[in-house]
Structure formats: structure tokens, C-alpha cells
Design a protein around this ligand. Structure first.
Ligand SMILES: NC(=O)c1ccc[n+]([C@@H]2O[C@H](COP(=O)([O-])OP(=O)(O)OC[C@H]3O[C@@H](n4cnc5c(N)ncnc54)[C@H](OP(=O)(O)O)[C@@H]3O)[C@@H](O)[C@H]2O)c1
Length: 300
């Protein structure tokens, strides 16, 4: 007999959760092992926090150890979940392999893999691309996704349970000037995700891409190599998505019932309609903070 709160879905035990009086049964994530790459800031950090809220065991990795330790403290104190941290540069394939193969026993069976670590560097036109920046983007955004997925997908298939969630971008849906490499890497992530879904179609392993538009994180500071004015200009006069907005889409995909597979979620800020279409109706107004700007807008 299945335990209470579990039912047979597509050949495996799919934990379900009801609550809050909803008549729709979602997928319980309690005690699932979730690996989030690039968890030291932005979308990765917000995603780790949301999975912890659901009672998941977290593996978090990135290059900045201090940030990971701060996040671990928060996850353990606020949600009392087991957390494993790893200082890791995902472009170092030998270290990446070592990290994947040497996880502590409690964390070895990854149920949900969030391939999030990624970056854009510069906005050079194609004829002026820096080869070094291009290789860093390709290795971070593409190669690491292939390697980490190659490591954990076999276990998911063997257990007939799991979810691979890749953070793509609207840059994976359209090209834009100055984005030849970044857009190329995110198109790769989207195509890789689609093809992986075809490979795994006979299993209960789900594969999802999440494609956000403009999100205010450290992303633009890194793209413009610390030039705060250029980074701020990206969000000038509009209200961008937050990392929490994107984490919410990740959680949405992960908590659908086991027979539901979200293929891709494209999410935009309300003032954005595509890579090319951003309205900046608040541009001439003076605001001291994003919060203040959001408040004034909601009072309109
Ligand atoms: N912000 C946006 O507008 C936007 C829109 C669409 C998609 N995305 C995608 O969302 C994902 C997260 O970006 P974000 O906006 O949250 O930016 P972010 O705040 O800069 O976070 C990027 C994360 O990736 C990690 N990372 C970068 N290079 C790494 C490496 N070599 N090894 C390990 N970790 C690495 C960073 O950690 P360390 O620096 O500590 O290593 C950081 O935790 C990226 O894939 C990005 O392409 C962002």
C-alpha cells in the first residue's frame, strides 16, 4: 500500500501535497535533494531559499565561499534543512567531476537539478568579441550544464524520478545586438533542454527550461564589469523582475503533479515585451530606491 500522502503516478510513487484548501494536488518536495549551481547570489540564492521553505535538502555551489556560508547559515537557521556547500568554479571540469562524484551519502541522490550558474560578459559586436570572454560564457553557461546533467541524469533514470531545471533566458529565444555569444549560449541551453526532454520521454524524469527577461541581480554588474551606471541603465525607468520572481517560476515547475511537465516558462517584467521592447515610463521620475519606485507605481 502506498504511504499516506503518496499515490502511484506513471509507475512510481509521486508524493502529493494538498493544503491551503486547494482542490488541486501539487507535488510535495519534502526531503528531496536539490542541487542549485550558482547559489551565491541572485536567482540561484532565491531558488535555494524557496526549496528550503519546502523542506528540501540543499546542495549549493558557486565560487564565493563567504556568500555560500552566509546562505547556508540562513537555510539552516530559518528552515532547519540539511545543506551541503561546495566552493566550485563550474568551468573547471576536473573539479566539477570531483564535486559531483564525492557528494556525502545523504546528498548523493539528486532529485532536482537546477542548472543556474551563468553569466554574460560585455556587449561587443560579433566582429569584436573577446575570445576569452566568449570561452568563459560558453564554458559556464553550456559546458557545465552538459557535465552536471551527464553526472546526475543516470541516477534519475535509474530511480525513475527527478527533475532537471535549466535557467535559460529570453536571450535563448531571440538574438539581440551585442549578445552573439550570450544569446548563443542561452539558445544552446534551450535546445539542450528540449532534446533532453525527448531523450527522457519514456521516464518519470521531467525537464524544464525557465526563460526570464530582465531580472535585477548582480548579472548586469558582471556583464558591464563593475560599471554601475551602465548596469543601472538596463533597469532605468522600468520595474524589472526580481530573483524571487524567477525562483517562484522554478518552484511552480517543480511542484506540479508528477504527470505534468512544464517545458519552458518565459517570464517578463510587465514593462517588457521582448528583448527589443522595453517601456520606461518611469524614466524621468526621481526615486531613491526600487522599493520606493514600486510603491509609487502601485499607488497610481
Ligand atoms: N539577471 C537577468 O536579467 C537574467 C535573465 C535571464 C537569465 N538569467 C540567467 O540566470 C542565471 C543566474 O543569473 P543571475 O541573474 O542570478 O545573476 P548573478 O546574481 O550574477 O548570479 C550568477 C550566479 O552564477 C554563479 N557563477 C557564475 N560563474 C560561475 C562559475 N564559473 N562557477 C560557479 N558559479 C558561477 C555566481 O556565483 P560566483 O560568482 O560566486 O561563482 C552566481 O551565484 C544565469 O544563468 C543567467 O544567465 C539572468
Amino acid at each position: 500500500m502506498p504511504p499516506t500522502g503518496a499515490h502511484i503516478v506513471g509507475g512510481h510513487l509521486g508524493q502529493t501535497a494538498t493544503g491551503g484548501g486547494s482542490s488541486y494536488e501539487t507535488h510535495s518536495l519534502r526531503d528531496q535533494v536539490v542541487l542549485v549551481t550558482g547559489a551565491s547570489s541572485g536567482i540561484g540564492e532565491a531558488t535555494a531559499l524557496r526549496f528550503a521553505e519546502e523542506g528540501c535538502k540543499l546542495i549549493i555551489c558557486a565560487r564565493r565561499t563567504d556568500r555560500l556560508n552566509e546562505l547556508k547559515k540562513k537555510l539552516v537557521e530559518q528552515y532547519e534543512v540539511p545543506v551541503h556547500t561546495a566552493t566550485l568554479d563550474v568551468t573547471d571540469s576536473a573539479k566539477l567531476d570531483e564535486f559531483c562524484s564525492q557528494l556525502p551519502p545523504e546528498f548523493k541522490e539528486v532529485d532536482i537539478l537546477v542548472n543556474n550558474a551563468g553569466l554574460a560578459l560585455g556587449t561587443a559586436p560579433v566582429q569584436e568579441n573577446s575570445v576569452e570572454d566568449a570561452m568563459t560564457m560558453i564554458n559556464t553557461n553550456c559546458t557545465s550544464v552538459v557535465l552536471v546533467t551527464r553526472h546526475f541524469a543516470p541516477g534519475m533514470v535509474e530511480r525513475n524520478r527527478g527533475h532537471i531545471i535549466n535557467i535559460s533566458s529570453i536571450a535563448g529565444h531571440y538574438g539581440y545586438p551585442g549578445g552573439s555569444i550570450y544569446c548563443g549560449t542561452k539558445h544552446f541551453v534551450r535546445a539542450f533542454t528540449d532534446a533532453a526532454r525527448h531523450d527522457l520521454v519514456g521516464t518519470d524524469v521531467r525537464v524544464t527550461a525557465i526563460s526570464p527577461g530582465a531580472v535585477q541581480t548582480e548579472f548586469s554588474n558582471i556583464r558591464f564589469k563593475g560599471d554601475g551606471a551602465k548596469a543601472d541603465a538596463v533597469y532605468d525607468g522600468m520595474i524589472p523582475l526580481t530573483a524571487q520572481d524567477v525562483a517562484d517560476s522554478v518552484l511552480y515547475a517543480a511542484t506540479r503533479p508528477a504527470h505534468v511537465q512544464i517545458g519552458d516558462i518565459i517570464l517578463y517584467a510587465s514593462y517588457q515585451a521582448s528583448s527589443f521592447s522595453v517601456a520606461r515610463p518611469l524614466k524621468d521620475k526621481q526615486f531613491s530606491s526600487l522599493d520606493q519606485l514600486a510603491k509609487q507605481t502601485s499607488q497610481k
